[in-house]
Ligand binder design. Structure first.
Ligand code: FA5
Length: 354
């Protein structure tokens, strides 16, 4: 990994030297920093690194990425000031393809958190999947062991379409069945564990307040293989939280009921707005429900075609449903969840683009 990074570093420096206009700067960004860029490819290589070296390799990639970002931003600033100088001097050589100091948009904080999490999970060998916002009753509930008229449906009222039994998905768990089916073949034939995260917008018909929205984001994750246990689940949750916050955060794990996991847990984070004292962001409890999780129920694995009736425990797995919007609240110290959908530029433009 060290050699690969070294090689990329020198490639980057050579290309950076040749950047002298908007186009070459953008080409450099696409080449190294975009979703399909070289750094993302490097992260994919992590899955091939032996487990005991993964942590160090991950840190090396992250600091390389940070360095590339800083060098890129530095070059951009340099081009902007050059351009402004030319503008002031009224020079004939003014190049209108160069970047200017005009204010430009920034990514939404939820996009930033989502991308950061995707990078973290990709570095741990997870695939990132996308899924529909309109789903049917089967995928949102029945395939998750929630039959029609089951009382657990009351916890997630959503918006129903008038056609074909369709609805706006109330949780990202609605994608579990499709993901299990998509990767099940590789699991059984090639022994490739299923490791996938799938972020998405969710909808619920509920009263909104400082920590509840009717439209919010979650990121679901599943891992399925032989002998997956609660310890694997706890390891991944801890790693994810320490990477996202880059500091110690207090969490608690308590039993939780969801028909699609057994056993099920609620993973709460101590409110970072009031540091556990109690405030409107955490409904005065000092804690915020962040990431329910558990071991995937045998019925869900069966409906996803992973296990058979005869051998219902051949494969086991865990699943989690991270509240992305709540995570963004905690990470950026946003007191009211409604800020995110408000379109208020004075709040939203504070977030740095990437
Ligand atoms: C679920 O949605 C389950 N599908 C999660 C799950 C997945 C459990 C896999 C087990 C295994 P819940 O309704 O608690 O669970 O929502 C999960 C998280 O989404 C919550 O902890 C919270 O962070 C966030 N969330 C839920 N409702 C809202 C809302 N109205 N506004 C903002 N965030 C919400």
């Amino acid at each position: 990994m060290k050699e690969m990074i070294q090689k990329l570093k020198s490639q980057f420096e050579t290309k950076l030297k040749d950047v002298n206009d908007q186009k070459s700067l953008e080409d450099l960004r696409l080449d190294f920093l975009s979703k399909k860029g070289q750094i993302t490819q490097l992260m994919k290589e992590l899955s091939k690194v032996p487990n005991e070296q993964k942590k160090e390799a991950g840190q090396l990639i992250n600091s390389f990425k940070q360095e590339v970002l800083e060098r890129y931003e530095g070059k951009k600033e340099q081009l902007i000031s050059l351009q402004e100088k030319l503008l002031i001097d009224g020079a004939e050589s003014y190049d209108d393809s160069m970047p200017t100091g005009c204010p430009c948009g920034s990514y939404h904080p939820i996009t930033l958190v989502q991308r950061e999490l995707e990078d973290i999970f990709e570095s741990m060998g997870f695939d990132v999947e996308d899924y529909n916002e309109i789903v049917d009753d089967y995928h949102c509930f029945e395939a998750l062991n929630i039959p029609k008229y089951h009382p657990a449906r009351d916890m997630q009222d959503t918006y129903y379409l008038t056609t074909k039994n369709q609805l706006l998905k109330s949780h990202t768990s609605a994608a579990q069945n499709a993901i299990l089916k998509k990767y099940g073949k590789d699991l059984k034939e090639k022994g490739r564990p299923i490791r996938a995260v799938f972020p998405g917008r969710c909808f619920r018909n509920e009263a909104i307040d400082a920590c509840h929205e009717n439209t919010f984001f979650q990121m679901e994750g599943i891992m399925v293989d032989k002998d997956i246990s609660v310890s694997n689940l706890i390891y991944f949750m801890k790693t994810m939280l320490s990477e996202v916050f880059s500091k110690e955060v207090t969490v608690r794990l308590r039993p939780g009921f969801f028909p699609f996991v057994e056993p099920g847990f609620e993973l709460d984070i101590q409110c970072l707005i009031c540091e556990g004292e109690g405030c409107s962001s955490c409904k005065n409890s000092g804690w915020l429900e962040l990431c329910p999780c558990g071991m995937i129920h045998p019925n869900v694995l069966k409906y996803g075609g992973i296990n058979t009736e005869e051998n219902p425990y051949e494969y086991t797995g865990f699943a989690f449903g991270l509240g992305l919007t709540r995570l963004a609240m905690m990470k950026y110290g946003v007191k009211d969840i409604r800020t995110f959908n408000s379109g208020d530029l004075s709040s939203l433009s504070q977030f740095v683009s990437r």
